[in-house]
Design a protein around this ligand. Structure first.
Ligand SMILES: Nc1ncnc2c1ncn2[C@@H]1O[C@H](COP(=O)(O)OP(=O)(O)OP(=O)(O)O)[C@@H](O)[C@H]1O
Length: 198
C-alpha cells in the first residue's frame, strides 16, 4: 500500500512544506483563498518549478520521468481540459461501474464535450483520472461546481477508490461539513504554510 511523503517542498519562494499522507488516508488541505493550496498540489505533481522531494511508496520522484510520476500521482485541477469532440474519445476503456455511481448513463460516451455543464465536466474529469489508476490522488476542489446529491456521489466514489487501492489522497476543500465527512486529518495553509495537525 503506497504512502506519499512530501519533503521540504517549495514553490515560488514559499516556505518549504513537509507532510506525510499514509496509504488510504485522506488529508484535507485547508486555508484561505490565495494561501497556496493549488500551488502545493501542482508542486507535488511537479507541474511548476519547485524544490524538495516527494516519495511515493518510498520511491523518489527523482528516480522517474515526469510523465511516469504524473501517471502515478493523479492531479485533478479545478478546471479540466478536453481535447476531442466526444466524452468517449477521452477514455481507453468504456467501463460502466463508476460511471453509474457518478450519475451518468452509458449514452454519456457519445455526448459532445461542448454541451457538458461545469458539474458534468468535473465529474467526468474525475472518472477519466481514476481510469488511469493513479496510486495517489491530488484533488483540487473536486466538488466545487456540484449540487448536494452529486457531491455525495463524488465523495462515495473517491472513498471507495481510496479504500480499494489504499491510495493516499490530498483534497483541497473550502467546505467545513465536507472536510469533516471525508478527511482523516487536515493540513492548514495560512499565508505562510504551517505544519499538519491531527
Ligand atoms: N505561477 C504562479 N507564479 C507565482 N505565483 C502564483 C502562480 N500561480 C499562483 N500564484 C499565486 O500564489 C498564490 C496562491 O495561489 P493558489 O492558487 O495556490 O491559491 P489557493 O489557496 O488554491 O486559492 P483558492 O482557494 O482561491 O483556490 C496566489 O496569490 C496566486 O496569485
Amino acid at each position: 500500500m503506497p504512502d506519499l511523503d512530501i519533503k521540504r517542498l517549495q514553490a515560488f519562494g514559499r516556505d518549504p512544506i513537509d507532510v506525510h499522507v499514509g496509504a488510504g488516508e485522506c488529508l484535507c488541505v485547508v486555508g484561505p483563498s490565495g494561501s497556496g493550496k493549488s500551488l502545493l498540489l501542482r508542486a507535488i505533481a511537479d507541474l511548476d518549478p519547485n524544490r524538495g522531494d516527494v516519495f511515493l511508496d518510498g520511491r523518489s520522484r527523482n528516480e522517474m520521468s515526469a510523465p511516469t510520476w504524473r501517471r502515478l500521482v493523479g492531479f485533478l485541477p479545478t478546471e479540466s481540459r478536453w481535447w476531442f469532440e466526444t466524452v468517449g474519445e477521452h477514455f481507453d476503456e468504456r467501463r460502466a461501474d463508476d460511471l453509474a455511481d457518478l450519475g451518468f448513463a452509458e449514452d454519456v460516451w457519445d455526448w459532445q464535450i461542448h454541451r457538458l455543464s461545469t458539474g458534468e465536466r468535473q465529474r467526468l474529469a474525475l472518472l477519466r483520472l481514476m481510469a488511469h489508476r493513479p496510486k495517489a490522488l491530488l484533488l483540487d476542489e473536486p466538488t466545487a461546481s456540484l449540487d448536494e446529491d452529486n457531491k455525495r456521489r463524488v465523495e462515495t466514489v473517491i472513498a471507495r477508490y481510496r479504500k480499494d487501492l489504499g491510495a493516499p489522497v490530498l483534497w483541497v476543500s473550502h467546505e467545513p461539513a465536507q472536510i469533516e465527512r471525508v478527511s482523516n486529518r487536515r493540513f492548514h495553509i495560512e499565508t505562510r504554510p504551517a505544519e499538519a495537525e491531527s
